[in-house]
Design a protein around this ligand. Structure first.
Ligand SMILES: [Zn+2]
Length: 299
């Protein structure tokens, strides 16, 4: 039984956890307000990478038949990719009715913690759990170290990479031109690093979007604006107890789950998460699996 002090502490952490639960991502060291909006600008943790490399698009069928294997890929070799196909934007908050009965999608954003990214990649490799990462190219030095392993998991269809813009700015505050640059620069980095396009999925940083940003994304080949209806709440630093409570609350059939590779707390809870997934008969899927999209065509 909890004594009064313990109960007060628990209520306090639960209140903090709930406020953060459905919030989008924050920058390192950045506090979230009660609405989940970032409290203010902080310095970037990693210097800006070199300018994006333009990717030349060959015939649409190229990747399906002739993409080189990951083991043959030089680290910075450009990868051919299907061309973007514009589409009417659709804001996605949950898995489609056509998904498997127990399907869930784990979508893990950002990646500013080297330790957390490494643990997530090892977890994917060891567990075989299907998941989608939405990394920012500004954290390229962290993700690049795992490119070889991730390419293998991507080729096997176990892992998918979505777009989360290059430098994680509020898209609503960017001009069409800047927004286009943020999206295309990140996909160029993703193609270079992981050998696949992130199209058609764009996760808006902080979940901030509007009709104009959706429209720009759709025209660039990102008609699937990826929101969520469940969250580990780990944009902020949580205790293991609070994070696990979030998992118990939200990991249900059909959930489009938001998580972050930013703080190591979740990396201590993988056995519990696997147990929960098994106990509830859930099947984690990539976005391609859940929505019937394809890396070969990018939509
Ligand atoms: Zn984010």
């Amino acid at each position: 039984m909890l004594n009064d002090l313990d109960r007060r502490r628990l209520l306090t952490v639960l209140a903090v956890g709930t406020a953060a639960a459905l919030a989008g991502c924050a920058r390192p060291g950045q506090a979230l307000t009660a609405t989940g909006a970032p409290a203010g600008p902080v310095p970037r943790p990693i210097p800006a990478p070199p300018p994006p490399v333009r990717v030349v698009h060959p015939a649409p069928t190229h990747q399906a038949t002739t993409a080189p294997a990951a083991t043959e890929q030089a680290p910075h070799e450009l990868v051919s990719d299907p061309p973007p196909v514009a589409g009417l934007p659709e804001v996605i908050t949950h898995l489609p009715a056509t998904a498997l009965p127990g399907a869930i999608a784990l979508t893990i954003d950002d990646g500013f913690s080297s330790e957390t990214v490494a643990a997530y990649v090892a977890f994917a490799q060891a567990s075989g759990v299907h998941l989608t990462f939405n990394p920012n190219g500004m954290y390229g030095p962290i993700w690049d170290k795992h490119a070889f392993v991730l390419r293998g998991l991507i080729d096997a269809g176990q892992v998918q990479i979505g777009n989360h813009t290059f430098s994680h700015k509020d898209m609503r505050r960017l001009s069409d031109r800047k927004l286009t640059e943020e999206i295309e620069r990140n996909d160029a980095w993703i193609q270079q690093t992981f050998g696949v396009t992130s199209r058609p999925y764009l996760r808006p940083p902080f979940g901030f979007r509007n009709q104009r940003t959706d429209q720009v994304a759709g025209e660039l080949g990102y008609p699937k604006v990826l929101m969520w209806n469940g969250s580990f709440g780990d944009a902020a630093v949580l205790t293991e107890e609070v994070l696990l409570a979030q998992a118990r609350k939200w990991l249900r059939p059909g959930v489009l789950m938001l998580g972050h590779a930013n703080h190591p707390t979740i990396t201590h809870l993988y056995p519990q998460l696997l147990a929960l997934i098994a106990e509830r008969g859930l099947t984690p899927q990539t976005l391609d699996e859940a929505f019937g999209t394809s890396r070969d065509v990018g939509f």
